[in-house]
Design a protein around this ligand. Structure first.
Ligand code: ZN
Length: 305
């Protein structure tokens, strides 16, 4: 199986399109392989099932961003040890989705300190439903919950690096963070960025298209031409690619706002094919254009505070 195909399947799985008990049981976790990209000294992006990971290793400890699915945790630790790291000292969750937090329980029990935005802990503490994927997500056990939470931002000072985690509001969810390795000039965008295709936006849990655009602009403003930007899904990219994606989202927002202003229902908006001119480039990911429009039409604007 080629890597692109393998990754698409990972994305399907990661987003819950096949998230059922039987799919979990049938899934061949043993065959999952990590594609590891060394983005800077001691700093790695890892792509496999679910959201993309970042691993930062050094004498003062291992720092991990997101942890995919529970059945992969041992494999993940094995990979981290190959990089010279160990059980992470710190883990940050970019948001609550289960393809980014599945390893929390095992890592929490192993002594990893889990850190995230306030709303990640809130969401993980209760049962959730992702209606669009027909997914029921039970509340997480105590060990899986972030023990340190923040409302706007926080910094880590580790291995000679300053790692700044910053909340971007009402973007992919209501608890997203982007994480900036300042010295290395590397950013993990979380699920604010799906590199190369229409992004899932969890409007049921505070996400919005306008918020995604604003968050993408925030990351663009933090970047220069040499910044390595790691998306939540898709391949490692840069500022120029993120600008193209942000502009596509702005274009879609303009089209959908017009349909809203005309009083169109979701079905009517979908039928109007507002993304048709963009679909050849962006509609080949895991969300069909019609499905994408129907998901995001109900959550165009950031909620009023
Ligand atoms: Zn997500």
């Amino acid at each position: 199986m080629n890597n692109v195909l393998k990754q698409s399947i990972g994305l399907l799985f990661g987003l819950g399109l096949v998230w059922t008990t039987s799919a979990l049981a049938d899934h061949h976790w043993d065959t999952v392989e990590y594609q590891t990209v060394q983005v800077k000294d001691n700093l790695y992006a890892m792509i496999a099932e679910g959201g993309n990971l970042v691993v930062f290793v050094g004498e003062e400890g291992t720092f991990l961003i997101d942890d995919q699915f529970a059945p992969l945790t041992e494999k993940l630790i094995t990979e981290i040890k190959k990089m010279g790291g160990d059980i992470p000292r710190f883990l940050i969750n970019t948001h609550w989705h289960y393809d980014h937090t599945g390893g929390n329980e095992k890592l929490g029990k192993a002594g990893t300190l889990i850190v995230a935005h306030d709303n990640v802990r809130k969401r993980l503490s209760v049962d959730n439903t992702l209606t669009v994927f027909n997914a029921q997500i039970p509340a997480s056990p105590k060990e899986a919950l972030p023990v340190i939470t923040f409302s706007t931002d926080t910094s880590f000072h580790l291995n000679g690096e300053t790692i700044h985690a910053r909340h971007v509001h009402n973007a992919h969810t209501d608890g997203d963070s982007v994480v900036h390795f300042k010295k290395a000039n590397v950013i993990h965008a979380g699920d604010v960025w799906f590199n190369g295709f229409y992004p899932f936006i969890d409007v049921e849990h505070g996400g919005s298209l306008a918020g995604m655009i604003e968050a993408a602009s925030t990351i663009i403003n933090m970047s220069n031409d040499n910044t390595v930007i790691i998306p939540g899904h898709g391949f490692v990219g840069d500022k120029a690619a993120l600008v193209v994606y942000r502009n596509m989202l702005s274009d879609v927002l303009t089209r959908l706002r017009k349909l809203k202003a005309e009083g169109k229902t979701t079905d009517e908006a979908v039928a109007a094919k507002p993304t048709q001119a963009l679909d050849a480039i962006w509609g080949n990911g895991f969300l069909e254009p019609d499905q994408w429009v129907s998901i995001i039409y109900g959550g165009l604007e950031t909620p009023k505070k």
